[in-house]
Design a protein around this ligand. Structure first.
Ligand code: OAD
Length: 263
């Protein structure tokens, strides 16, 4: 049975606020659902990207080797679509909360840049925004990496996927660039994984927002936090793999609920 549509009990909101207020250390774990109200499609729900597109044709190294033009066309489309989206009240509330208190680590599976943009907005464009930036486990839609050398950087301008020749190429070695995202079958970035699991292993509370919790190893961040005794608060209108371990379950949209539960 879907949890969507059930009213969120005021007691659950109060319990979530209390768990987050009491915790000296919090790990926040976000997925596609935190950006859904900004207009970014999720992967698995109704209208999800993996319902319309085949991951094995677009998000694997083999797919890129076979047809880099097609893969870039898809990422170019996603960049343009996400570029038109704006942070929603969940991103903004989280960013303000992180700027206002210590001990919160944000870990995201998302490749969009809405957490970063919210942080910049909340910090008034100042350097302080860095405090509210996420650890990205699945890379970044707006960064490129070279397929031949170690060059990687933020991307500028739109992608011309007319042909392989017009695709972005490395300014250092001329190799073909690819989006700096983690594809199926690839390793997660080691340093980010270490930082995320260290935060989870020291967390007194874990706030999970908008993820089915189906994709490992990222999904294990929440189980690590639970294993060390963190109180787990889950915000998601649908069913998730974390429902059985949640201490507080809030079945509703992040943009509505997250601003209410951050103390
Ligand atoms: P999913 O598409 O699997 O799950 C999105 C979750 O967001 C679902 O549980 C929805 O119920 C929930 N949701 C929808 N609208 C929401 C809203 N307004 N507020 C809160 N939650 C909402 O996306 P992820 O779990 O993020 O990996 O997917 C994990 C990984 O699978 C992605 O990072 C990506 C994908 O393949 C890679 O690309 C490596």
């Amino acid at each position: 049975m879907s949890l969507a549509g059930r009213a969120v009990a005021p007691e659950a909101v109060a319990a979530a606020r209390e768990a987050l207020a009491r915790a000296r250390t919090v790990v926040v774990f976000t997925g596609a659902g935190v950006s859904a109200e900004s207009g970014v499609p999720t992967f698995r729900g109704a209208g999800g990207l993996w319902r319309t597109f085949k991951p094995e044709e677009l998000a694997t190294p083999v797919a890129f080797g076979r047809d880099p033009r097609l893969v870039w066309e898809w990422y170019g489309w996603r960049r343009a679509a996400v570029g038109r989206c704006r942070p929603n009240p969940a991103h903004l509330a989280l960013a303000r909360w992180m700027l206002a208190r210590d001990g919160v680590t944000l870990v995201s599976q998302n490749v969009d840049d809405l957490h970063e943009r919210a942080a910049l907005e909340a910090a008034g464009g100042s350097e302080a925004a860095r405090r509210a930036e996420p650890i990205r486990l699945h890379g970044s839609l707006f960064h490129d990496q070279c397929t031949r050398c170690t060059w990687r950087a933020r991307s500028h301008g739109s992608v011309d996927a007319t042909s392989v020749e017009t695709l972005p190429h490395c300014p250092e070695c001329g190799g073909l660039l690819r989006p700096d995202v983690v594809w199926f079958g690839e390793m997660l970035p080691v340093r980010e994984v270490e930082r995320a699991f260290a935060a989870a292993g020291a967390a007194e509370a874990c706030l999970v927002i908008g993820t089915t919790g189906a994709v490992y190893p990222a999904a294990a961040v929440v189980h690590e936090a639970k294993a060390v005794g963190a109180r787990v608060v889950v915000v998601d209108p649908g069913e998730t793999e974390y429902d059985a371990v949640a201490d507080v379950r809030l079945a509703g949209p992040a943009g509505q609920i997250v601003p209410q539960i951050l103390p």
